[in-house]
Design a protein around this ligand. Structure first.
Ligand code: NAP
Length: 287
């Protein structure tokens, strides 16, 4: 039986890819730096992410790859290790890497390093598919502490519009691309079903958890200070995040794609459903 490798299998998307493959009855090998606490489904083999280690890729037919690194430096060794054994790779890109631009033409460091990985994979000789998802709905968990504490969410760029996507829709698309023909050499742009500003996302979460919530606009300087006070937000990430919001504010609002439906046969999940699933994270009793 073919084995599927899931790199980053404890992450927002990787965990759901591993779970979906395991539910399909596939043999799954998953990576985590701490295999003992990975909490993946029974039967999933968990290894450390050293893909060059003896046996790491034995029997692996197809791999899901995401990029947890803050540079492209590990890309050469990781792609070289995959290339030796794996026939098909599905790479979840990020950093708003723009298709058609060379890595050194990309506008930001995250775009440059994701584009570098894309380029290496495309030249590797493996069958490749790139998944380019929009903003994850899970990013709204950054507001969970504020929502648990009160009825307002303070942040900058409340009018910035996004097409937030449920992580499980990305995982579903990834599993189709890993297990079925027809995705080789393709770059799928995946989005959620609706365009919502940040302020609208807060309102939708409030409706889903049964409490009126509202956005409170902060200046970018106040938002920077607020985020930097949180140890989960390293300085480099905060700057990239604020620069990303500023770029989005200057661009036309994004338009949802139909790609999740085209690939999976099911419509993309709205934020209201995701928020109801995560009600407990926002301090509400799930309905
Ligand atoms: N958030 C968004 O809105 C968004 C939108 C589009 C694209 N993206 C892209 O999605 C990717 C992040 O995906 P995600 O949110 O699913 O991941 P995540 O939840 O941040 O999880 C990171 C995963 O990578 C593993 N990991 C962390 N550091 C590692 C290291 N040094 N070596 C090997 N494995 C490591 C972690 O496993 P262990 O801790 O168990 O080792 C975990 O499984 C990024 O490329 C981002 O640009 C994000």
């Amino acid at each position: 039986m073919s084995t599927y490798l899931v790199f980053g299998a404890t992450g927002n998307v990787g965990r759901r890819v591993a779970e979906r493959l395991a539910r399909h009855g596939a043999a799954v090998r998953a990576t985590s730096r701490t295999p003992d606490s990975a909490k993946l489904p029974p039967g999933v083999e968990v290894i450390t992410p050293d893909l060059a280690a003896p046996g790491a890729l034995d029997g692996v037919e197809a791999a899901f790859l995401m990029w947890p690194f803050h540079s492209a430096r590990p890309a050469g060794p990781i792609v070289a290790a995959l290339q030796r054994t794996v026939r098909r790779v599905v790479f979840m890109t990020g950093g708003d890497a723009r298709p058609g631009l060379a890595p050194d033409e990309q506008p930001t460091p995250p775009a440059r390093w994701h584009a570098t990985v894309e380029r290496l994979i495309e030249l590797s000789g493996m069958e490749w598919t790139v998944l380019s998802p929009s903003t994850f709905m899970a990013n709204t968990l950054w507001w969970s502490e504020q929502i648990r504490a009160g009825d307002t969410v303070g942040g900058a760029f409340g009018s910035v519009a996004m097409t937030p996507i449920h992580e499980d829709d990305i995982a579903a698309a990834a599993v189709h691309a890993l297990t079925e023909p027809g995705h080789a050499g393709r770059r799928h742009t995946l989005t959620g079903p609706e365009t919502l500003t940040q302020a609208e996302q807060v309102r939708v979460i409030g409706e889903a958890i049964g409490r009126p919530l509202r956005w409170q606009e902060l200046t970018p300087a106040d938002e920077r200070a607020r985020l930097l006070a949180d140890p989960d937000f390293p300085a480099g990430f905060v700057e990239d995040l604020l620069a990303g919001y500023a770029a989005m504010a200057a661009a036309p609002p994004p338009v949802p794609t139909h790609t999740v439906h085209d690939i999976t046969g099911a419509p993309a999940t709205p934020l209201s459903v995701w928020a109801a699933e995560h009600a407990a994270d926002f301090g509400a009793v799930p309905r």
